[in-house]
Design a protein around this ligand. Structure first.
Ligand code: AMP
Length: 398
């Protein structure tokens, strides 16, 4: 069974064709600059050379057409025809209050994706275009929606309700949703398996630390709390996002700088985080670390603040679950940066967390990085959102 996984952004489309027999990637690729001048498809068949096509891609329908051509190309392709593809799995950002579980797409599902355009203004329209483009390119094949907000929908009311007038929840569905759901679902599940934990009761904290960053707490794979909110702006300090902030700061900057709310929100989303804190050094954590090594004080503060906030969330989530069995690190920083993992865990001595430096000298593969005496298992679990989407798609269409 071969499954095509599609992840559409507003001007991009990432894809992977996965053979579910052994969960191997047969081909993957990226369409960039969709709807913008200079569109480009980069197709990478497993074990073969990269294939680049530079051709206008006015919309996602054309992009999907080019992906299908690349997959079937005589020289660079990996399938004879689209009959070999059993189903298509789509990462869809927002399912609103309606959907928590992945689902086979029908007209109702498309209506909900459309109704959630307000909640995911950049992604939901692109996700819907991706689904409709696949329906046009491969009529009759099942398309499955896997929601980035799905995992967080298991949160109890006390975790997802904002302390604002209730009418806004009723009228506009304003609540905490959480994002990176596919990653938190995958990593918490893998951590339970890899760590040999009780699948029903294990208390797991996942730290997804990449350019976007979030923490989740789950018991037996069910989300108890997660750090992103109505939008991905809440929670940790990220590459360019501020994370938690006193909302009065928005009003203050508006008044002082003569900006409107939208402009300030744009600053909080795109110009803040370690980029903003460091005085503009970079949103990339490697650059921030390099600047810190060169004695840049603001870069050092940004990095310290990032680590401090992750540690505070771990403390809060341990309290929320009345304990923690395992902490798993994932995504760019979590998978590659042993210094950040160690620095975060250095706040957790009170939990009996002890890192084994030798075991922590690892990147990009499942590993236990805590010592044998550690009271909490600390792990590195590389995330694989595409595989998680493919597994969900297989489960629903087999
Ligand atoms: P992601 O969004 O998951 O792709 O993660 C991207 C982030 O991971 C970028 O900020 C990278 O700088 C960071 N990253 C990748 N490798 C390392 C590393 N070895 N040390 C520190 N940060 C890293």
């Amino acid at each position: 069974m071969k499954i095509l996984v599609v992840n559409c952004g507003s001007s991009s489309l990432k894809y992977q064709l996965i053979d579910m027999a052994d969960e191997s990637v047969i081909a993957k690729g990226l369409c960039e600059r969709i709807g913008i001048e200079g569109s480009k498809l980069t197709h990478q068949p497993a074990g073969k050379d990269k294939y680049v096509v530079e051709k206008p891609m006015p919309d996602h329908t054309v992009a999907i057409k080019m992906v299908m051509e690349a997959l079937q190309d005589a020289e660079h392709g990996v399938i004879a025809n689209t009959d070999e593809i059993s189903a298509i799995g789509h990462r869809v950002l927002h399912g609103g209050k309606i959907y928590s579980e992945s689902i086979v797409v029908d007209d109702d599902v498309k209506r909900v994706i459309r109704e959630c355009f307000d909640l995911g203004p950049l992604h939901n329209p692109a996700n819907l275009m991706g689904i409709e483009a696949c329906e046009a390119a491969m009529p009759g094949k099942p398309n499955v929606a896997v929601w980035d907000t799905g995992f967080g929908m298991a949160m109890p009311e006390k975790a997802y309700m904002y302390a604002i007038p209730h009418e806004y929840y009723e009228k506009y569905s304003i609540r905490r949703y959480g994002f990176h759901g596919t990653s938190h679902m995958f990593v918490s599940g893998e951590a339970i398996k890899f760590g040999g934990l009780d699948p029903e009761n294990a208390k797991v904290i996942v730290c997804h630390l990449g350019n976007g960053a979030s923490v989740s707490a789950s018991i037996g794979g069910k989300c108890v709390d997660t750090s992103m909110g109505l939008t991905p702006l809440e929670g940790l300090i990220m590459g360019t996002r501020s994370g938690d902030i006193d909302p009065a700061v928005v009003q203050f900057i508006c008044n002082k700088e003569g900006k409107d709310v939208n402009e300030v929100l744009n600053i909080l989303n795109k110009k803040s985080g370690v980029l903003g804190m460091s005085g503009g050094v970079s949103s990339d954590f490697r650059d921030i670390e390099a600047a810190k090594r060169e004695g840049n004080h603001l870069a050092e503060v940004a990095l310290d603040a990032f680590i401090y906030r992750v540690a505070k969330y771990i403390g809060a989530y341990t309290a929320a679950m009345n304990g923690v069995d395992a902490i798993a690190f994932t995504a760019g920083v979590g998978e590659n940066d042993k210094a950040s993992r160690k620095a975060i865990c250095s706040y957790l001595g009170y939990l009996g967390v002890e890192i084994d430096d030798e075991a922590n000298d690892v990147r990009g593969k499942n590993a236990v990085i805590s010592s044998a005496d550690s009271k909490v298992k600390v792990m590195l679990i590389p995330t694989n959102e595409e595989l998680a989407i493919a597994r969900e798609t297989k489960r629903l269409t087999e």
